[in-house]
Design a protein around this ligand. Structure first.
Ligand code: JBE
Length: 246
């Protein structure tokens, strides 16, 4: 997968040199390219923002640098990339959406700062490529860079060869399949006894059926405590399946 990131803070993405993603880049699984938006400004001060039409607080990112940056980065011949625009006003970013994005051959991330990017940039981009405005949560970050790191990490770890043990991608919270959208319960490793606490004996029993039942029970408990609405969705899904099978 190729990933291009357009930002006024390229250094923000130093973490993408590290760990799993750094290794995937070195192995050629991921091709991540950073672009400084200011390279496409034309004035002495490399201005990327201006006051909003209609008044109001803050600054809006100008269309001209973005238009030219997207022309340069995403305008080549061949199939266009999918443009991902992290914004608090986007649709919720979820594991399912990450799975879909991980099937894309090429993603371009536009990191907005200030009060956002002039709306004509998205309208202009939509003429040439699919555009996805995504939100990682209902809070306001200073810009799209942190959200881009979150999305890139979530999507990249789903790519074949990025995770050492593909199994662990399945057991994660929210991963479809094994624990069907339940939160992951408690996990333990050696030593079996630590600071007067014992590892739950079932995990040492070697009885895989009992271990799976225990894990599911703990996942249900955790989900009921931290995310009760997920249990309601699970119950509704199960009811729907039962009614369909009647
Ligand atoms: N929450 C956000 N705040 C600022 C920029 C982007 C954001 N997001 O969720 O993608």
């Amino acid at each position: 997968m190729r990933i291009d990131i357009i930002t006024i803070f390229p250094d923000y993405f130093a973490p993408l040199e590290l760990s799993l993603i750094g290794k995937a880049r070195a192995a050629g699984i991921l091709d991540i390219r950073l672009h400084d938006l200011r390279s496409w400004t034309r004035d002495r001060h490399n201005t990327v923002d201006d006051t909003p039409y209609g008044g109001g607080p803050g600054m809006v990112m100008k269309p001209q640098p973005w238009g030219e940056a997207l022309d340069a980065v995403a305008g080549g011949a061949g199939a266009p990339p999918r443009l991902v625009l992290p914004t608090p006003s986007g649709t919720p970013f979820t594991q399912e959406r990450a799975k879909r994005l991980s099937d894309e051959p090429w993603l371009v991330f536009a990191c907005g700062r200030y009060e956002g990017i002039d709306a004509r940039v998205v309208a202009d981009a939509e003429r040439r490529m699919p555009v996805e405005e995504l939100s990682i949560g209902d809070y306001v970050l200073a810009g799209g860079e942190s959200a881009t790191l979150v999305i890139v990490e979530t999507v990249s770890r789903l790519l074949p060869g990025v995770l050492g043990n593909a199994e662990s991608a399945v057991q994660d919270s929210f991963a479809a399949g094994a624990m069907e959208h339940l939160l992951e319960g408690p996990v333990y490793t050696k030593p079996a006894h630590w600071r007067d606490q014992e590892v739950p004996p079932v995990l040492l029993s070697g009885d895989h059926g009992a271990v799976d039942r225990w894990r599911r029970h703990e996942a249900l408990r955790k989900t009921a405590r931290n995310r009760p609405e997920l249990l309601r969705e699970l119950a509704a899904r199960r009811l729907h399946e039962l009614e369909r099978s009647d």
